[in-house]
Design a protein around this ligand. Structure first.
Ligand code: ZN
Length: 148
C-alpha cells in the first residue's frame, strides 16, 4: 500500500484515494479480521460526525459474518458492480446506483455476485443526530464566487 496523499488547509483536508481500480489494494486489519478492499477515512480526514469507508470487494467476495450497530445507521452507496445485501434475512439485489439505509439494529451482510469488483461507499452516523442540515444549516454569504 502506498502512502495516502492528503492536502490540508485551515478549514479542509483532502484525500487522494486514487482511481477506483486501485481501491481493491486497500486493506483494513481488525483484531482477528482482514478486510480486503476497504479504507476507513474518518481519521484521515479528521471527521467528527460520521465514519465513511470506500470499498472495492473482489469478485467472489463476501463479508463472512453479520453485524449490527448499537447507535449508528449506515448508508450503502453502490457505485459499480453487482451484489446482494442481506438485512435481517431479506436479500436485496444491489448494483450501480443502489443506495440503501440500514437501521442500527438490523443484522446485515453482503456479497459480490459478479465477476467485477463491487464498489461502494458506506457512511455511518449516529441515528437521530442530525439536528439541522441543508438550507437550515447552510449560509450563503454576501459575496460572488471568484475563481481568479
Ligand atoms: Zn457497519
Amino acid at each position: 500500500m502506498t502512502q495516502l496523499a492528503t492536502t490540508t488547509g485551515t478549514h479542509f483536508t483532502q484525500l487522494d484515494a486514487g482511481p477506483i481500480q486501485r481501491w481493491p489494494d486497500y486493506n483494513v486489519t481488525l483484531p482477528g479480521l482482514e478486510i480486503p478492499g476497504k479504507l476507513f477515512i474518518k481519521d484521515i480526514l479528521g471527521l467528527t460526525g460520521c465514519e465513511v469507508s470506500i470499498n472495492a470487494m473482489p469478485p467472489g467476495g463476501a463479508v463472512p459474518f453479520y453485524h449490527f450497530h448499537q447507535q449508528n445507521e449506515e448508508v450503502y452507496i453502490f457505485i459499480q458492480g453487482q451484489g446482494q445485501l442481506q438485512i435481517d434475512g431479506e436479500i436485496l439485489p444491489v448494483k450501480e446506483g443502489s443506495i440503501v439505509r440500514v437501521s442500527p439494529a438490523a443484522e446485515r451482510t453482503w456479497r459480490n455476485t459478479a465477476n467485477t469488483p463491487l464498489v461502494y461507499i458506506v457512511i455511518q452516523a449516529k441515528q437521530g443526530s442530525l439536528a439541522q442540515y441543508s438550507g437550515r444549516d447552510g449560509v450563503i454569504p454576501e459575496k460572488a464566487p471568484n475563481w481568479a
